[in-house]
Each structure stands twice: as structure tokens, then as C-alpha cells.
Design a protein around this ligand. Structure first.
Ligand code: GTP
Ligand code: MG
Length: 137
């Protein structure tokens, strides 16, 4: 079955929303395959966010992602990559649709980065690459 990497970012964990977020993904029907709580390292984040290096939000994004523990999870199921991204909602939590994770739980907190609670892989190639980064080949 298709797999995706889901991260509950530090804002989700520190606000006590990790369980609620994972429960929504499970309730939609996707199967939890891997799960751990960890504080990321700069090395892991540089690999994970390589496509954003040089952008104005890159350094604030890494600092934010290093600010506390995250949940890393792998979910499985038919079309789970697009299914999770639909459930997560748009990148900007202020305008993400109500009913989505970001739309229901997120807003702008005035930082230089969008604290938007979750990450989900955006293609099968990204998913396999990211699962390798967070869980080892
Ligand atoms: P992810 O699922 O986290 O990858 O979000 P995404 O795919 O919706 O966004 P993208 O991969 O383009 O960017 C990664 C992360 O960088 C986002 O989730 C935000 O936390 C942050 N980010 C992206 N674009 C911007 C932006 O224009 N401004 C700011 N401040 N932060 C951004
Ligand atoms: Mg992305």
C-alpha cells in the first residue's frame, strides 16, 4: 500500500494536540505503521527541507522545528498521500478550511514561520525519501 510521512510539528506536540491529530488520521481509515516522539536534529531537518534552502522562511522554519519534540509517523493506505494533505488543509493555518487539521487547530502566532501543526509528504518519491530520513532506510 502507499505510505506517507506525517510529522506533528512542535506546536502540535506542545499544545497537546498530538493525540487529536493522529486520531483524525486513523479515523479517516489510514493505518498507523510507524510512530515515535523525538527532538529533531539540524542534520535531519536540513535533509528533510533541502528544497527550501535559501528561502526567507528556511532558518525560522529550522529553528521552529528544533524548538521541541515532534511526532514522526508513517501512515499507509490507498492514496494516503493526497488523503492526508487534504485532511491537513492549506499551508497557511489562518485561511486553511475549517474541518481540516490546520483550519481547526491553527492560526498565526506572529512568528516568521507558519506554525501549521503538521507535515505530510507531497509525492510517492518524497514519501519514500522522507521515511528514509526519519526512520532509516
Ligand atoms: P508541509 O506539509 O509542512 O511540507 O507544508 P506544505 O507542503 O504545505 O508547505 P511547504 O512544503 O511549501 O513549506 C514547508 C513549511 O515551511 C510549511 O509547512 C510552513 O511551515 C513553512 N512555510 C512555507 N511557506 C512559507 C511562507 O511563505 N512563509 C512562511 N513564513 N513560512 C512558510
Ligand atoms: Mg511540503
Amino acid at each position: 500500500a502507499e505510505r506517507t510521512l506525517v510529522l506533528v510539528k512542535p506546536d502540535g506536540v506542545s499544545r497537546g494536540l498530538a493525540g487529536a491529530i493522529l486520531a483524525r488520521v486513523e479515523a479517516k481509515g489510514y493505518q498507523l505503521a510507524e510512530l515515535k516522539l523525538l527532538t529533531a536534529t539540524r542534520e535531519v531537518l536540513e535533509q528533510h527541507y533541502a528544497e527550501h534552502e535559501g528561502k526567507p522562511f528556511y532558518e525560522p522554519l529550522l529553528e521552529f522545528m528544533l524548538s521541541g519534540p515532534v511526532i514522526a509517523a508513517v501512515f499507509e493506505g490507498e492514496r494516503v498521500i493526497e488523503g492526508f494533505r487534504s485532511l491537513a488543509g492549506a499551508t497557511d493555518p489562518t485561511t486553511a478550511a475549517p474541518g481540516t487539521i490546520r483550519g481547526d487547530f491553527g492560526r498565526d502566532w506572529g512568528l516568521k514561520v507558519q506554525q501549521n501543526l503538521v507535515h505530510g509528504s507531497d509525492s510517492p518519491e518524497s514519501a519514500e525519501r522522507e521515511i528514509g530520513i526519519w526512520f532509516g532506510a
